[in-house]
Design a protein around this ligand. Sequence first.
Ligand SMILES: *Cc1c(COP(=O)(O)O)cnc(C)c1O
Length: 387
Amino acid sequence: MSNENKTQGFSTLAVHAGVEPDPGTGAIMTPVYMTSTYVQEGIGQHKGYEYSRSSNPTRDALEAAFAALEGGQHGLAFSSGLAAVDAVMMTLRPGDEVIAGDDLYGGTRRLFTTHYEPLGIRFHFVDTQDAANVAAALNDRTRLVWLETPTNPLMRITDIAAVAQLLEGHSAKLAVDNTFATPALQRPLECGADIVMHSVTKYLGGHSDVVMGALMTKDAETDAALRTLQNNVGAIPGPMDCFLVLRGIKTLGIRVRQHCVNGRAIAEWLAAHPKVEKVYWPGLPGSPNHDVAARQMNDFGGMISFTLADDSLAASRKVCESTKVFALAESLGGVESLIEHPALMTHASVPADQRAKLGINDSLIRISCGVEDSEDLIADLAQALDA
Ligand SMILES: *Cc1c(COP(=O)(O)O)cnc(C)c1O
């Protein structure tokens, strides 16, 4: 099976991952199996499918693709990224402790603090840019370490292998939200992580038309526990969404290549612009943990944040509202470029003091570079900065 050949290049893997010609017809794309149930020839005699919450052939193909992309053995699809995070959290019990990054995706942090903390799970939010902070919070009740790298919106980098090494011989599992990097640029399971999570809504789907989540694992026991939760809770995506993501994944390699080309061109252009104060993109030499990013990632992606020399709210608002190619919208990772204002949009739910502590100020602007031509994106930002 092609998706088990790890010597293939990433784009080859992405085109073929999970999809086999349909045995009945030879259809090259996996059909959309719009069915909730499956007829049995006799009681308990069936072709491996009984009910679509438990499994569906279109979802099966996608889950195989998820596993292949991350170099894992197992993949699971969920109805959203947060449903995938929730499945991992539901494996925990009162008294268990979690060490998590201190600038997680807002919804992940909200799930942890508003639902799991009151159930008796203890969270330590630490700056994971330095693995020593993880070591300091680790104890014999730690069951899970939750990382994001690069983080949102400040593109902070954590050394996944260094954290994995800390956990060697410890029962705590290491989970990495790999949404920003994508498996085209970074493969946490190969760095020692136990679980990879994706908001498939972003780069894996890639076309801003689906909300979905994924978990990838390498050991059968972890997979079995999460698969049981997927079925018991039922937060599964429908077959049409699975089909759309199977299609999206085929171009993941080439899309990410262009996201990175645009990311580099725009980050370098912004860094030299007189109206720009600071640029957050892990590929810029001198950015924090640039050496770690260069080692653990193949390239640096298309997510960039920047602040303006004029640090007023009015100035950053004007830029966000003046672009014509960049659409003003939350989310990221699609083919179309997006611009947004974290303090007023994606991170508005983060308390102001926490935002200030992290450096998410009123001047900060975040862009998701799409796959358009670099020159057009730069021209658009140029006119917006001059508006
Ligand atoms: C969007 C996002 C999530 C949440 O995923 P949904 O699909 O919106 O539920 C989690 N982590 C990161 C880094 C994200 O960008």
